[in-house]
Design a protein around this ligand. Structure first.
Ligand SMILES: *[C@@H]1O[C@H](CO)[C@@H](O)[C@H](O)[C@H]1NC(C)=O
Ligand SMILES: *[C@@H]1O[C@H](CO)[C@@H](O)[C@H](O)[C@H]1NC(C)=O
Ligand SMILES: *[C@@H]1O[C@H](CO)[C@@H](O)[C@H](O)[C@H]1NC(C)=O
Length: 824
């Protein structure tokens, strides 16, 4: 005993001399790790290689004290890979950490109350010590070097390389992750990631115990719902399935790389790598990544359907199935799912067959049965054929020629299609007549087919041209969805926010927080604490068209960043909710100033001019400078928001369209937008191009200068609108009469004149006559630019879109009698 203690002392002395410091990796029962400079206290534990450090910390924005582990040898020490007392902080710096000789770590506060402890009192080690290892594992070892406790068995929100996750049947321990409540609160939050042991074991993320997304079963290479991890080339995954355990871990392919996997407080799993060059963490990949990944969300496809994130609509019935409720399905309410076209005839096996669905994420396995030992797929097929309730089968392991067998005897749910080549084969049991003829095996039929093919070749060739033309049109047709919607969604790098957080921020969507109504739902003001104000747009649950607009907006605006576009901070798709969170614009929308008698006096000429320029720059970015060519389609004063400094930001991208870079214009069957701002070719013929946005911008310029709503203004004698009014004044050579009375006479006439002229140029009848945004920005920004004379505007007489509101009241301005209708 004494000899051992002496040896230990000498060892400590030696290491102290070696590192010329008291910091080491071991806490002994005689030591005390105090948060303050307590008598006899020691410094933080630092692992031998210097990789990790253990000590007290406060999360960002909190004064609570926690015991945690973080990286020691990189410049980021804010990232905590483990927290001991997540739910039980020490309120001040009185915390002390000890290890008892019988092997229990104990954290006490200033009153000597135990705040956290590693054991339940059953540990009976002798001469225990605690040591922080270089892999980030805090272990408690007894005198014979046996591990009696380790932090790797009780992770918080981080999986470190080598850490074993999953189910150890010997110990009965199912190791799972639990996300922090939020960045500054390590209290265990709503999201848990762990192994679901029902049916064929699969990894799941739960939100408040409700399945949130499914990583799926291990297939030998990856978990079915997260195939993208294998293309990262960062980590190697190992999964051990045997009678003792169901355990997985990863190692870093390049040991010099620092990497970690975390579960964030919005339920996302993120894979991170430290980049030395930038001294920062780079997110390599994350899940869930698209609408098809969420369970129990409004976008979830129901039973027996297939979700394809790159196709619109995303849900389709599986081969051999049809919508259970066609009406709901057409309305894109997919929760009812699909039913068989032809019921299976149980009495005769020759009337059933299997359809091979490729590139699938295997359906939910929580009620499936797995046999890992089966080597022949035909045996699996036979098993499924034999069992009446079998719906489908698949290989459990895809390595090599495959092995194992999963059969589903309950509803098939949560099947996703990977068009990127990931996923595996799923064999669906169908009535033979529902199986497409691709599997027809008759040789004679094949010969007939070949002849037919030859005969039709010429015909096909003539059709191809037309078909290409048709699909090209089809791809960009209709309802505001984008050309390659899914692809964009996949690349989205948008924070997912927790619904409960948004509920808190908006006082449970209190009516007193309502800011207004956006394209597809109400907009609320919210506060995320610390005065971080946000605007929250909540998709109304009754809106079906809104679903598309929501997706459209998320996809578009998440990709865009410009000082004149409103910034999207995050979104929330959770439990029937679809919510977008934006930066808050304290000054509201432009129309609330422009068309208000008192507030309009706050808009002096310089402010109005800056607003015009700002909108022009935002539009220039959309049309030409962003990664895509984007047509907003619904530019109007109420969609221009003003920040604290009255800088304009374009908002509401629900109707926006992405154009191919070579695409000039497109024809749409659904004309959306706001009368009074729409160009004639769009309103009448449904033709959209950048020039239709330019038209709306022209209307905006004239509104900003005149303070008159474009659609609510009429001459008394001949009913014409703002454009007609401006045009008349222009022709009469007295266009400065258009200027808002609120401006008085304090404005530079030449600048105002240029702007009016520009406005009139933008609203010319012929799209080809209207300038493009680069020219507009250039001309507006230069005092000496030559601005040509405008031709007649489109829509200058607007009987068709006249508002026949009877509450019209008369007012007289600039010697012209105008009827203004009450704005509603
Ligand atoms: C110690 O106990 C007192 C009385 O119960 C309490 O007010 C105080 O906050 C405690 N201090 C700490 C550090 O927990
Ligand atoms: C499973 O638990 C037993 C008993 O606690 C332990 O000996 C074994 O090492 C564990 N296996 C794994 C893979 O962690
Ligand atoms: C079909 O398989 C399931 C799952 O293995 C099993 O519970 C059920 O009893 C089987 N039914 C028949 C009719 O064999």
């Amino acid at each position: 005993m004494r000899g051992r203690a002496t040896a230990y002392f000498l060892l400590n002395l030696a290491s102290a001399l070696l590192f010329l410091s008291y910091a080491d990796d071991t806490l002994t029962p005689s030591q005390l790790l105090g948060d303050d400079d307590v008598d006899g206290g020691r410094g933080n534990l630092i692992s031998t290689g210097g990789m990790f450090e253990l000590g007290f910390f406060s999360p960002k924005g909190s004064s609570n004290r926690y015991i945690g582990i973080w990286y020691h040898n990189i410049s980021d020490n804010a990232t905590k890979v483990w927290v001991a007392n997540g739910g039980n902080p020490v309120p001040n710096r009185s915390g002390r950490l000890r290890v008892t000789a019988d092997g229990t770590l104990v954290l006490t506060d200033g009153n000597s109350t135990v705040v956290w402890s590693s054991g339940n009192g059953s540990t009976v080690a002798v001469n225990a010590i605690a040591r922080l290892l270089d892999d980030g594992n805090l272990v408690v070892k007894d005198g014979s070097d046996n591990t009696v406790w380790q932090s790797f068995d009780f992770p918080t929100d981080t999986i470190l390389p080598g850490m074993k996750m999953g189910w150890n049947r010997t110990s009965g321990h199912n190791i799972s992750l639990r996300a922090w409540t939020n960045e500054s609160d390590p209290t265990p939050g709503n999201f848990v990631m762990g192994m679901d042991l029902n049916g064929a074991p699969q990894e799941l993320v739960w939100n408040n115990m409700v399945p949130f997304w499914r990583l799926g079963p291990w297939n030998g290479q990856y978990m079915g719902g997260a195939p993208e991890v294998i293309s990262e080339n960062l980590m190697d995954y190992t999964f051990v399935v045997n009678s003792q355990m169901f355990v997985y871990w990863y190692t870093l392919r390049d040991p010099s790389v620092i990497g970690r996997i975390t579960l964030n407080s919005a339920g996302q799993i993120e894979v991170w790598a430290w980049r030395d060059e930038t001294q920062s963490w780079i997110r390599q990949t994350f899940f869930p990544r698209d609408l098809c990944d969420y369970l129990n969300s409004p976008s979830s496809c129901g039973p027996y359907s297939l979700c394809s994130p790159t196709v619109s609509p995303i849900c389709a019935c599986l081969e051999g199935f049809r919508p259970k409720n066609q009406r709901n399905w057409d309305l894109r309410v997919w929760s009812d799912g699909c039913v068989r076209k032809t019921e299976l005839d149980d009495s005769r096996t020759d009337t059933v067959g299997f359809f091979r669905l490729r590139n699938a994420k295997l359906p939910d396995t929580s009620r499936a049965t797995v046999d890992w030992s089966m080597t022949n797929l035909d045996d699996c097929k036979a098993l499924c054929l034999k069992n009446r309730s079998c719906m489908a089968y698949a290989r459990a392991n895809v390595i090599g020629s495959g092995s194992g067998c999963i059969i589903w005897t309950h509803e098939l749910i949560d099947i996703k299609f990977y068009n990127s080549g990931f996923g595996q084969e799923l064999y669906l049991k169908l009535a033979a007549r529902d199986i497409p003829s691709q599997s027809a095996d008759s040789r004679r039929r094949r010969v007939v087919l070949i002849v037919l093919v030859l005969l039709s070749a010429a015909f096909v060739l003539t059709c191809v041209g037309g078909f290409i033309w048709y699909t090209k049109r089809r791809n960009t047709r209709e309802d505001g969805l984008t050309i390659d919607e899914g692809k964009e969604l996949l690349e989205l790098d948008l924070p997912l926010l927790d619904f409960s957080k948004i509920v808190d921020a908006t006082n449970n969507f209190s009516t007193s927080n309502i800011l207004g109504e956006g394209g597809f739902g109400l907009v609320y003001k919210g506060n995320l604490g610390e005065d971080e104000e946000i605007a929250v747009k909540r998709l109304s649950k009754t809106s079906t068209q809104g679903v598309d607009e929501f997706k459209n907006e998320v996809m578009l605006i998440a990709k865009l960043q410009h000082r004149n576009l409103v910034r999207l901070l995050g979104c929330c798709i959770q439990g029937g909710e679809r919510i977008l969170v934006y930066e808050y614009m304290p000054n509201g929308s432009l129309d609330s100033f422009l068309f208000d008698k008192t507030k309009s006096t706050l808009l002096d000429w310089q402010t109005r001019y800056d607003i015009i320029i700002g909108i022009a720059r935002g539009l220039l970015y959309l049309h030409h400078d962003s990664r895509f060519k984007i047509i907003h389609r619904d530019l109007k004063a109420s969609n221009i928001l003003l920040d604290k400094g009255m800088n304009p930001k374009i908002s509401d991208f629900g109707m926006a369209r992405i154009f191919g870079s070579d695409q000039i214009e497109v024809n749409t069957r659904r004309v959306v937008g706001t009368y009074g701002y729409m160009s004639p070719e769009y309103a009448i013929d449904g033709i959209i191009s950048v020039k239709s946005d330019v038209f709306s911008f022209g209307v905006l310029i004239l509104e900003i200068i005149s303070g008159i709503r474009s659609k609510r203004t009429y001459y008394s004698e001949s009913q014409i609108n703002l454009l007609g009014y401006a045009w008349k004044l222009w022709q009469a050579g007295e266009v400065l009469k258009l200027v808002d009375e609120a401006l008085g006479t304090s404005f530079p006439a030449d600048e105002v004149l240029s702007c009016i002229k520009m406005g009139l140029l933008c609203v010319q009848e012929q799209p080809g006559d209207r300038p493009t945004m680069p020219i507009i920005v250039k001309m507006l920004g230069s005092e000496s630019a030559f601005i040509p004379d405008p031709k007649q505007p489109g829509f200058f007489s607007l009987k068709a879109h006249m508002d026949s509101d009877s509450s019209a009241k008369k007012s007289s301005r600039n010697n012209v009698s105008i009827t203004l209708l009450d704005g509603r």
